[in-house]
Design a protein around this ligand. Structure first.
Ligand code: HEM
Length: 406
């Protein structure tokens, strides 16, 4: 199905039709072809071209990440969700952004990540062991969602027996970033922030009493700060711990789940990967492009700009459609084709510029180990017909992928 120019020009992200959730890609193609700069009824603007997103991500002077103005009416300026989302690294500008980012990147060096690989392999192999010999499994619940919870849990050294609630809190808090929200979603998100903060205050108190290994424990680093003036306030510390636990969780679950679904739906790609396992890193890049776990980003203009003859005032919220930019025919040959050998593959799944994903090396490693070892162990897995989509616009993935492994 192709959408006509007149139809796509009426598209409103805040009240997207049901079939947009099922298949946003036809909308993305129409946006790219007919309306790459699309003003929205609420005054925001929806952008889809790769070149525009790439430029915007690099320019933090003209395009701010601070969301106080956008989130006050959405969440309420006194709400827990407002405090969380406006204090976390991703929605902040310098100087807070610079301080927090420095601490996080210093703990996620390639050397530190390489050290995590043996533990990651052990976690994945243990999960694969549990999948074998069962009539039916859920590749999200029993595999994809468990890996990042353990890895991110290790990063902040959350005791194993305390990790169970992390996934639900994380889903509720990130779910509140959807373009439009029900009262129930808002309440769930606010409760999750409060519960998460209470839990983390206690964890921080325990870590203060007994500091962890400075080289590997991100929480100990965040508590200590980097440099003389870099100590985080208590709120900054708690909210950024919540943020790092969330940022690395649903996104990576979606990467692994989307990869398993795509390789199932493209049997020739699966056969190719089985024959040439060295292609795994390139296959992961193609999954990131073709089914980006994070489909939308946002920025706010700090001055009036003009794009395609459209005057956009200062203070305008821009929706950056990563999912569309990653199918832009000006950058990708045959963008609708899933091609695990694609080279170059300049996708924007991790955004770009000063806010580029801090966890991209870790996410790629998790994807590579999870998919590589899963295929080795279960080369002829098949998905059952009743897969369940996550039901989100911003984060694209599956809530459930029932499968047989043999
Ligand atoms: C496939 C998995 C992942 C995807 C697709 C992803 C995607 C993204 C994107 C698009 C951004 C930029 C947001 C923006 O500025 O608008 C981002 C930022 C970030 N991500 Fe990831 N991410 C993934 C995994 C992870 C992991 C595993 C971690 C943590 C270990 C992580 C930590 C962060 C942090 C801390 C930021 C904020 C960076 C900043 O604002 O300076 N991410 N991620």
């Amino acid at each position: 199905m192709d959408l006509a120019k007149a139809d796509i020009e009426r598209f409103d992200l805040a009240s997207a039709p049901d079939d947009f959730l099922r298949d946003p890609f036809v909308y993305y193609d129409a946006l790219l072809a007919h309306a790459p700069v699309l003003p929205q009824p609420d005054g925001s603007v929806l952008l889809s071209r790769h070149a525009d997103l790439d430029r915007i991500y690099r320019d933090t002077r003209l395009y701010s990440s601070d969301k106080k103005a956008a989130f006050a009416p959405k969440f309420g300026a006194e709400s827990p969700l407002f405090e969380h989302h406006t204090t976390s690294l991703v929605f902040s500008d310098p100087p807070l952004h610079t301080r927090v980012r420095r601490i996080m990147t210093s703990a996620l060096t390639p050397r530190a990540i390489a050290k995590m690989e043996p533990g990651l392999i052990k976690t994945v192999d243990h999960l694969l062991e549990g999948l074998g010999g069962r009539d039916q499994v859920d590749l999200i619940e029993d595999f994809a969602a468990t890996i990042p919870i353990q890895i991110i849990g290790n990063l902040l050294d959350v005791p194993l027996e305390e990790r169970a609630p992390l996934r639900d809190w994380s889903l509720a808090i990130l779910g509140a970033l959807e373009p439009s929200l029900t009262e129930a979603q808002l309440t769930r998100g606010n409760h999750a922030v409060e519960a998460f903060k209470t839990y983390l205050s206690d964890l921080v108190a325990r870590r203060l009493a007994k500091p962890g290994d400075l080289e590997t424990d991100v929480l100990t680093r965040l508590i200590r700060g980097e440099g003389a003036d870099a100590q985080l306030s208590e709120i900054e510390l708690l909210q950024n711990c919540i943020f790092i636990l969330n940022a690395g969780h649903e996104t990576t679950t979606n990467l692994i789940g989307n990869a398993l679904a795509l390789l199932h739906d493209h049997p020739e790609s699966r056969a190719h990967l089985l024959a040439e396992p060295d292609l795994t890193p390139s296959a992961i890049e193609e999954v990131l492009r073709f089914r980006s776990p994070n489909q939308f980003g946002n920025r706010e203009t700090t001055a009036e700009i003009e794009m395609d003859g459209c005057v956009i005032p200062a203070g305008t919220n821009l929706h950056l459609c990563i999912g569309a930019a990653n199918r832009d025919p000006d950058v990708f040959d045959h963008p609708r084709r899933f091609d695990i050998t694609r080279k170059p593959n300049r996708h924007l799944a991790f955004a770009g510029g000063p806010h580029v994903c801090v966890g991209l090396t870790l996410a790629r490693l998790e994807g590579r180990v999870a998919i590589g070892r899963f295929l080795q162990r279960f080369p002829s897995y098949s998905l059952l017909p009743d897969r369940v989509h996550g039901g989100r616009i911003r984060f694209r993935g599956y809530a459930s992928l029932p499968a047989v492994t043999g």
